[in-house]
Design a protein around this ligand. Structure first.
Ligand code: PHE
Length: 455
């Protein structure tokens, strides 16, 4: 009996890890990680980011999955029911609403940048980068940002792709495709990092990424590293609770969380190595901003034999990875409306429509609306476009804030028995609680409060 069940169980454990990894791996790893590392002085950012993944991201990820696993439901229902059963305030359900708002804001810029990836897929198939020098690839990106029909068309196309899947209820077929193609993304990144090792800037890139450089430390780097640890793991907006609800009984939650975090960080590091090898080989600026990935990858692949084919393959895999992530961003929002008796297609259309409108405004931040600084009346946000604000405030402030409350609720709102059942052992439960109460929560509070104070 046990024997016949083993493969099935193993399959479903793997399926859980792959599904969460599919949600976690996306633009955060390949687009956002390199450019904010570049803006924050390399290792000064990267080493803090890894520390935050271990000390904050992982424990809060466990908290989030634990709440879903214990409540056996999506965010709103799980929080409402657990708060009621355990005699906590009903206000805790608002955490799911706050998470929804965060997901909405993130999705609005996520779809824009995913549209860029879609456009770059088309351009690479078209051979637009063949024979271009590094500087020309950069000029092409700047030109692309002004090409509104192409940029907005790709944005719309990507959003339609996402919302159609969500409108039909998340598709098993897509999940299978994701599980099949995800390993290919790793292989291609590995290949790229391998080729990077043959370029002249490789040593400098490694040094810059990994060798501690206390002079480059800044408060901004700390704040960005904390926010990005949450963003890359898709933690802090209650989006992972629904995954917990369907987690196989016998699966170890801590082990699954560690597996996801490792798989996620590896993608980011490989992408970072490949991208910064190009930056240092071609004397480019590490702090190249949100365009960094788009101006370096075509150059990186140009050095690989058969490069333009590989580049197209890479963008196919990237678009797929961002597709699964954006479905995971949209699904909790739509599910929340469906819970309120909205028909699913209508809910998807309304969410998609709102995300589209905000996204269009964000996309115009590089052309027509480049002088529009929506929060310019607050000193720290002066000079920031809508795109700048959306790519920084929700990931760097809202996700950690949500994470703080998620951690608190899991550690204080669940019973010891519930935590032990969710984490699989009394020892793990004790260890997790000590880390959350004495490390994660104080650290989160400290970074958030110091940030506010400095403003
Ligand atoms: N983790 C995803 C990425 O790295 C983004 C994401 C954030 C998805 C929050 C869901 C929730 O691309």
């Amino acid at each position: 009996m046990a024997d016949t069940h083993t493969p099935v169980r193993w399959q479903s454990r793997r399926a859980f890890i792959l599904a969460v990894t599919g949600a976690a791996v996306g633009l955060g790893n390949i687009w956002r990680f390199p450019y904010i590392t570049g803006e924050n002085g390399g290792s000064a950012f990267l080493l803090q980011y890894v520390a935050f993944i271990v000390l904050l991201g992982l424990p809060v990820m466990m908290a989030e999955i634990m709440i879903g696993r214990t409540g056996r439901a999506g965010p709103l229902a799980a929080l409402t029911q657990l708060a009621r059963d355990n005699g906590r305030s009903r206000q805790w359900s608002k955490l799911a609403v706050f998470g929804g708002l965060t997901l909405f804001l993130i999705l609005s810029f996520y779809a824009v940048v995913s549209g860029w990836s879609l456009a770059y897929l088309g351009k690479s198939i078209n051979g637009d980068f063949v024979g271009l020098a590094a500087a020309d690839v950069g000029a092409q990106f700047n030109g692309f940002l002004q090409d509104l029909p192409l940029m907005l068309g790709c944005h719309l196309a990507f959003l339609l792709m996402t919302m159609l899947v969500v409108a039909r209820g998340v598709s098993a077929g897509l999940e299978k495709l994701n599980n099949l193609l995800m390993p290919l993304l790793y292989l291609l990144l590995l290949l790229l990092a391998g080729f990077a090792a043959t370029t002249p800037g490789f040593g400098e890139a490694l040094h810059w990424l990994f060798w501690p450089n206390p002079e480059a430390l800044s408060w901004q780097a700390t704040l960005d590293a904390m926010g990005h640890a949450f963003f890359t793991l898709a933690v802090g907006a209650c989006a992972l609770m629904a995954y917990g609800a369907y987690m196989p009984e016998e699966q170890s939650l801590p082990r699954a969380a560690v597996a996801v975090a490792v798989l996620d960080v590896v993608v980011a590091l490989l992408a970072g190595i490949a991208i910064f090898a190009v930056v240092f080989s071609h004397g480019m600026e590490p702090a190249g901003g949100p365009g960094l990935m788009f101006v370096t990858l075509p150059v990186a692949f140009a050095e690989v034999p058969g490069g333009s084919l590989w580049l197209s393959a890479f963008f196919v895999l990237l678009v797929l990875a961002t597709w699964t992530s954006s479905i995971n961003l949209a699904e909790p929002l739509v599910a929340m409306l469906v819970d309120k008796q909205w028909p699913r297609p209508l809910a998807a259309a309304v969410v998609g429509g709102c995300v589209w409108m905000l996204g269009v405004l964000a996309a115009l931040s590089f052309s027509l609306l480049s002088d529009w600084h929506p929060l310019g009346f607050i000193a720290v946000f002066d000079g920031k476009t809508l795109f700048d604000l959306l790519t920084s405030i929700p990931p760097d402030l809202f996700l950690p804030l949500g994470g703080l409350f998620i951690a608190w609720f899991a550690a204080r709102g669940l019973t010891t028995e519930q935590i032990e059942t969710a984490l699989g052992s009394a020892f793990m439960a004790r260890l997790w609680r000590v880390v959350v109460m004495w490390v994660s929560i104080p650290m989160l509070l400290a970074v958030l409060l110091i940030t506010l104070y400095r403003w």
